[in-house]
Design a protein around this ligand. Structure first.
Ligand SMILES: [Zn+2]
Ligand SMILES: [Zn+2]
Length: 240
């Protein structure tokens, strides 16, 4: 849904990069895979790049879609002629690099334990660098990932607000546990400053940013980082 909102049709996507296999990062993959397969005139498998375990997730997802595939094959003769829905899974480890078209991608170890392995992607083209960190606490691999990046995208939480909210919840410890393995906004600011990035983009904000609180969120990173800071809800663009 967000890709369409950004003007990207499923068929325009050749490759998906997955940082880790938490449900909130992967459970809409099946929609993209199916819609892309149905909409494309030719059957070019989507490439899904991710850490070890990605193949297990994709295989189970394709299994879930077996009935749907049968309905669509039964309905569309030309789709049937295109053959089965397949996905090209590439499992990568930290330290590997590969190309997508003219873009070079390198992978770096992040720390989201007990989610292990988790990786971030450093995407380079024409001297420009975008660093996609995913969920992680500060760690040496994260520094390698975003060193001198033009844009460093970091998923963040507000530890102060999480603690406040937790005091209202019956199972507060389970909510507090998320502090163990996400960067806070302050830590994202520190990572950005330490690694000389140009733009820090904050995304996957927990708790959700309430209207009017935007400056407060940016301010928490600003205490540590003097570069450009963008609060990045879905459909936010950054030009490099
Ligand atoms: Zn996660
Ligand atoms: Zn997450």
């Amino acid at each position: 849904m967000r890709l369409l909102g950004a003007g990207v049709l499923p068929g325009m996507v050749s490759t998906i990069l997955i940082t880790h296999l938490h449900s909130d990062h992967i459970t809409d993959l099946n929609d993209l895979v199916t819609t892309r397969w149905v909409m494309m005139p030719v059957n070019i498998p989507l490439k899904v790049v991710g850490p070890t375990g990605t193949r297990q997730v994709v295989d189970a997802m394709l299994n879930m879609l077996t009935l749907d595939q049968g309905y669509r094959h039964a309905h569309h003769e030309d789709l049937r002629a295109n053959g089965p829905l397949t996905v090209d899974v590439v499992e990568v480890g930290a330290g590997e690099s590969f190309s997508i078209g003219e873009v070079t991608v390198s992978t770096h170890a992040t720390d989201h334990r007990p989610v292990d392995p988790s990786i971030g992607y450093r995407i380079e083209h024409d001297g420009k660098v975008a660093a996609l960190a995913g969920d992680t606490i500060p760690c040496p691999g994260l520094d390698d990932l975003c060193q001198n990046a033009d844009v460093y995208v970091q998923t963040v939480i507000r530890d102060d607000q999480v603690k406040q909210l937790a005091s209202l919840l019956p199972n507060s410890q389970r909510f507090l546990d998320i502090l163990d393995y996400h960067s806070t906004v302050s830590q994202a600011g520190q990572t950005a400053a330490r690694n000389n990035v140009k733009t820090l983009m904050l995304t996957h904000c927990v708790p959700a940013v309430q209207p009017g609180q935007e400056d407060d969120w940016i301010g928490a990173a600003r205490e540590h980082f003097s570069g450009n800071i963008v609060l990045g809800p879905d459909l936010t663009f950054a030009e490099v």
